[in-house]
Design a protein around this ligand. Structure first.
Ligand SMILES: [Zn+2]
Length: 162
């Protein structure tokens, strides 16, 4: 399988070029205990040449296996970067290697703190230790009481109402 995504620029068609295929997952160089690449990166791109500027737009995706930060269960996750736009000055270049840029776009889509929920799974720790799905500390209540224990808003209660 190809390990590079290269756009040929010689005799580039005026109508643009559609690029579709798969690049080996090894391009990610991601093979850790908490996160590893499990398959090729799929790309569907449209390239258009404007004078010396090449514009590349499209969607890319790749499968990964992640480990949930909370319950430590491993789960599959498809990282997708949609409607990406890359632009290059390609003056006098016979071809362009965009592998590294595509790789980067997808890596940016990977969660820093993976949780089961991003793959639509119920995190097991939820039922054991309560529901953390919102993943948010409860808002500390706004304390409107003055040191005397009276609310600063009490005065408003004495405001005549009709
Ligand atoms: Zn989990």
């Amino acid at each position: 399988m190809q390990t590079q995504v290269i756009i040929p620029l010689e005799e580039f068609p005026e109508t643009g070029m559609h690029l579709s295929g798969d690049a080996d997952g090894s391009i990610f160089g991601i093979d850790g205990a908490d996160l590893r690449s499990t398959g090729p990166m799929h790309y569907e791109l449209q390239a258009q040449l404007y004078d010396t500027e090449l514009l590349v737009r499209g969607n890319i995706s790749a499968p990964f296996r992640l480990r949930c930060d909370r319950c430590l269960r491993e789960f599959d996750y498809i990282a997708t970067a949609e409607a990406i736009t890359l632009s290059y000055d390609v003056k006098d270049k016979p071809s362009l290697d965009i592998t590294e840029d595509l790789r980067e776009e997808l890596v940016l889509e990977l969660p820093s703190y993976p949780k089961c929920e991003i793959s639509g799974l119920e995190c097991e720790i939820n039922s054991t230790f309560g529901d953390f799905r919102l993943d948010k500390d409860p808002e500390p209540g706004v304390n409107s009481a003055t040191p005397s224990g009276q609310s600063v808003w009490d005065a408003l209660d004495q405001f005549p109402t009709k």
